[in-house]
Ligand binder design. Structure first.
Ligand SMILES: *Cc1c(COP(=O)(O)O)cnc(C)c1O
Length: 225
């Protein structure tokens, strides 16, 4: 198996090349390293190799890693990228820097109420079910603008943008482009968004071509789960 520092470097090179191929600056896209199912020691190794933003899918697993890596807390940006139930919002509001998977007003309201006053506002992305698959979580595209306007008014949250997981296959690029169009339409109505979280290990080139500003990469860095 390849060392994490090597696969991280290869991923960064892939991202920069995709940016150049898309006519974008080579540093236009941030890397969120997805550490779900991998131990805290792997996060530490990626951190030592320069990674600073990490994404976790499962609340309990993420909280355990935030705690295990408490010595690096000020330097790491922790994102929750998986489903969040109401009974876990308080723990998440206290421990994470971002929640990238909000798809209900109730969850956003609870996160805003429960975000501790001594922390900066919690960064939020709305998750969009861009392929409209019944099995996937996320808002339908035509529900996004309404929730975005509501979340933007919540005092302890900072709405940053949108997140999606396009379905792989021949229609993938069109879904990435539809997400970019939705993102641009929200900005055009005055919402100050800066994050389009789109693209994973297998499809980051399509995502960057379409306009992604943040790719979420797990298996290409840590290996198969
Ligand atoms: C697991 C996961 C990723 C990373 O997927 P890879 O294919 O391992 O790069 C990205 N985003 C979300 C929401 C995930 O659940």
């Amino acid at each position: 198996m390849m060392a994490i520092s090597d696969s991280l470097q290869i991923t960064k090179t892939r991202i920069a090349a995709a940016c150049v191929a898309a006519g974008r600056p080579p540093n236009a896209v941030q890397l969120l390293v997805v550490s779900k199912t991998f131990p805290g020691s792997a996060v530490r190794e990626a951190f030592a190799a320069g990674a600073r933003a990490f994404g976790e899918n499962y609340v309990q697993e993420g909280l355990a890693k935030v705690e295990e890596l408490a010595d690096l807390r000020r330097q790491i940006e922790w994102h929750l990228i998986g489903p969040l139930q109401s009974n876990k919002t308080k723990l998440v509001a206290e421990a994470f820097d971002w929640v990238d998977s909000v798809d209900r007003l109730k969850i956003a309201q609870r996160l805003s109420e429960q975000r501790p006053a001594d922390l900066p506002p919690l960064n939020i992305c709305l998750q969009v079910n861009i392929s409209a698959e019944a099995s996937k979580s996320g808002l339908l595209p035509d529900e996004v603008a309404t929730l975005a306007r509501q979340v933007a008014t919540l005092p302890r949250l900072k709405l940053r943008g949108l997140m999606a997981i396009p379905e792989p296959g021949p229609g993938a690029l069109a879904q990435h482009q539809a997400m970019a169009a939705l993102f641009e339409s929200l900005k055009a109505e005055g919402l100050p968004l800066d994050t389009l979280s789109l693209g994973m290990s297998a499809d980051l080139e399509d995502a960057i071509q379409a306009g992604s500003t943040m790719v979420r990469v797990g298996s290409a860095i840590f290996g198969a789960r």
